[in-house]
Design a protein around this ligand. Structure first.
Ligand code: F6R
Length: 606
């Protein structure tokens, strides 16, 4: 979603800002801009619709020379995709960029009668409000604090004024902001990846905090202007992780590196010899683990599907446990009744998803323990949960989530394996899962390498279809949902995932020559039933692809058969092939694979 960068220091601000914006491109955006202050304290503003390349072109004809500035990539929420609506916004003495949504902007706009608004944005209204308070000797810091108290909604902002050169004010409520501390320079970013290569020391601003940034560092305050003693933290990751590493797209890199990233997820957390799993992060006492009888798993999109797959495993492993997997955007407004013996798993790659974060807060209010299954270190969800675990998948740059899905499922499985010990779980089953987890990274690598060319040609064959159905039962059902999501979001082929048992309850009516059907069929006790759905579709002339680990005879137009000692975790293996399939279909259709249209990486607004 929208990205913010800021810089004050000795370097040419334009270079740092544009470089930072490029690092944030992956979040998805439709326009971009920067504003800087030159050494004569004159402000310059350049904005453009489209990619950062357009902004760079515009800056070529009018380069900005100053050493302080702010920049933004915008993903439209209020108002169309136009240059006027792009950030930074300039009102009076204020230059400002903003992530989030100001809910009461119309009300405030109506009160600000002295201002002519150029854009349709809520951001311009906030900039005007700050400007209206920035009078009669009031400092920029005080004007920002006063204005933010009037705001209902969410924001991450960076503001400067030519009247106070050398200073950028930042503040956050519900939208991340990180202040990178360098030597005689300070950087601002909504995402730590923009800071990599400049500094490892950073202050993660908390909700309701404001900071005054200069080239000498940052001072943090509450909105009531009480000084806070914020301790810098270390930013994780390195530049190589946010580069394509020889691949055509980040998506392909992220699919292919899953063996390595999964190894990091598992590192130090499984003991195959003892047949046990252990996560340190949840920080639960033995009594607390024994007391858990209900697990609610909260997420959006792919994170939700990861939770769904994990819930099947959890119920297999822990005999007296019920699970409930919920879509965060729905759950946050439901009348939640959580039994006291519940634990909530809050699943999020970015750790910033607005709906998931809102659920976390609702659940906490009800006194239920929350555990994060989060990838981005230091993200808001990671900071607000009672405990949890980082999935250590490394930066996921491509908008479509792939390696994070695999890591999330595995992290939740390890959580299940750990509590199963305290609930009379079958030690043999726990050991079997542990053994499979140990070999899973290598098996993923093998399956991806062995089937790469096949998936590529399969994608070529099916990339002209308009519709797809993905079908599976039991643990293959969440994979069907995830496979359909991956295909639709990057290829723009209409795709739906269903439990195969549902076919006769409606979706089989869709089968015609515009559709193809992808069946994931596992070699388990439901094999015959899964094949039943396949036969029914074929009998109606459906074009079928089967992904399976079974050696049995299966009739389909195309069969992808894997051989692996993995049994229980086969859905995870087969899902990596679905990812490759979706990737190559999208490439064949000439799509912007890493930044699919209309989508953003981290959905920080509702
Ligand atoms: C799909 C995808 C999204 C995210 C969802 C949740 O490929 O990436 O469905 O999974 O927006 O995002 P996080 O995990 O960051 O909360």
């Amino acid at each position: 979603m929208c990205g913010i960068v800021g810089y004050v220091g000795g370097k040419k601000a334009q270079d740092v800002l544009v470089g930072g914006l490029r690092r944030l491109e992956y979040r998805g955006y439709d326009s971009a801009g920067i504003a800087t202050l030159d050494d004569d304290d004159k402000a310059h503003l350049t904005r453009s619709v489209g990619k950062i390349a357009e902004l760079s072109k515009a800056l070529e004809s009018e380069p900005q020379t100053g050493h302080l500035g702010i920049g933004h990539t915008r993903w439209a929420t209020h108002g169309g995709v136009t240059e006027t609506n792009a950030h930074p916004h300039h009102v009076g003495n204020i230059y400002m960029v903003h992530n989030g949504i100001i809910e009461n902007y119309k009300e405030i706009k109506a009160e600000l009668k002295d201002y002519d608004f150029a854009s349709d944005t809520d951001t311009e209204v906030l900039a005007a409000l700050i400007d209206s308070n920035y009078k009669d000797g009031v400092s920029l810091k005080d004007a920002v604090a006063k204005s933010l108290k009037r705001i209902r909604g969410t924001y991450g902002i960076a503001v400067f004024s030519p009247k106070e050169p050398g200073t950028i004010i930042v503040a956050r409520l519900g939208s991340p902001l990180i202040i990178g501390l360098g030597k005689d320079e300070t950087l601002i970013a909504s995402d730590a990846s923009a800071l990599l290569g400049y500094t490892r020391e950073a202050i993660y601003l908390n909700d309701g905090e404001l900071a005054v940034c200069t080239d000498k560092g940052a001072e943090v305050f509450t909105l009531g202007l009480k000084h806070l003693d914020s301790k810098p933290e270390t930013i994780e990751g390195d530049l190589a992780q946010i580069q394509k590493g020889g691949y055509d797209h980040f998506l392909l890199k992220e699919i292919m590196e899953q063996a390595t990233t999964l190894h990091n997820t598992l590192s130090g957390r499984i003991d195959p010899k003892a047949g046990k799993m252990h996560l340190g992060g949840p920080n639960l006492t033995e009594k607390e683990m024994r007391d858990i009888h209900h697990v609610v798993i909260v997420g959006c999109g792919t994170a939700y599907y990861a939770g769904l797959l994990a819930s099947y495993y959890m119920e297999q492993l822990v005999p007296d446990l019920t699970t409930e997997v919920v879509i965060a955007s729905e759950y946050r407004y439901r009348s939640l009744h959580l039994p006291k013996d519940s634990v909530a798993l809050i699943v999020s790659q970015s750790g910033e998803t607005a709906d998931t974060l809102a659920c976390l807060r609702e659940i906490k209010k009800r006194g239920v323990k929350t555990l994060g299954i989060v990838n981005v270190v230091g993200s808001t969800i990671a900071r607000e949960v009672d405990g949890g675990t980082y999935v250590h998948a490394g930066p996921e740059i491509s908008v479509a989530s792939t390696k994070a899905f695999t890591a999330q499922v595995v992290a939740m499985l390890m959580f299940a394996g750990m509590i199963a010990e305290y609930h009379g779980g079958d030690p043999k089953l726990i050991a079997e899962f542990t053994r499979e987890l140990e070999i899973l990274p290598k098996e993923i690598e093998k399956v991806l390498n062995d089937n790469h060319d096949t998936m590529k040609s399969l994608a070529k064959k099916y990339s002209k279809f308009d519709h797809a159905l993905y079908l599976g039962r039991d643990t293959a059902f969440p994979i069907a949902l995830e496979g359909a999501l991956k295909l639709k979001e990057i290829s723009y082929i209409h795709a739906e995932g269903y439990a195969s048992g549902e076919l006769k309850h409606g979706p089989i009516a869709l089968v015609d020559d515009r559709f193809f059907e992808v069946f994931t069929i596992l070699d388990n006790w439901l094999f015959d039933k899964s094949c039943g759905g396949l036969h029914e579709v074929r009998a109606r002339g459906g074009k079928t692809i089967v992904l399976t680990n079974s050696k049995a005879d299966i009739e389909a137009d195309d069969i992808i058969r894997i051989e692996s000692p993995i049994k229980l975790l086969t859905p995870i293996l087969l899902n990596t092939l679905q990812q490759l399939f979706a990737y190559y279909v999208a490439v064949n259709r000439g799509n912007d694979v890493d930044q699919p249209r209309n989508l953003a990486k981290s959905v920080t607004v509702e």
